[in-house]
Design a protein around this ligand. Sequence first.
Ligand code: HEC
Length: 118
Amino acid sequence: MKRLVVLVFSLWIVLAFTIASQVGASELGASELHEGSQIFTTHCVGCHVNGGNIVRRGKTLKLKALQKNQMDSIPAIVDIVTNGKANMSAYRDRLTEHEIQVVAAYVLERAEQNWKPD
Ligand code: HEC
């Protein structure tokens, strides 16, 4: 019985992953996803580790918080990253427009997958 549960669960993971990667691929290519991940690690992870927010607890990068705060779109994330907000500084001098687009898409993509480990 336990083995069956494990088997079904593994199949589910594989399936979920296949679907997720197909959906992801249509929005963001694998190389851009990788680029987004690197930008995030360099510039954002200090405050947003695992999609959280160590400075303001309610303003995480989890899908629920993004939706609640009207941050669940690429333009909204591009805007906050470009111009900053409250304790989050602006990145317009540190990142190119392209980099901001890519990291915004990356954040949304990870949020949609509930920040599960890669
Ligand atoms: C110095 C800490 C810090 C860093 C570094 C940082 N942020 Fe933030 N971030 C914050 C804070 C604080 C807020 C909440 C701002 C507010 O008061 O609305 C926030 C909010 C956000 C939000 C909106 C979240 C919500 O639920 O409303 C997004 C999206 C976001 N940050 C993305 C990023 C990205 C992408 C990077 C890297 C380019 C980044 N942040 C770097 C501190 C930081």
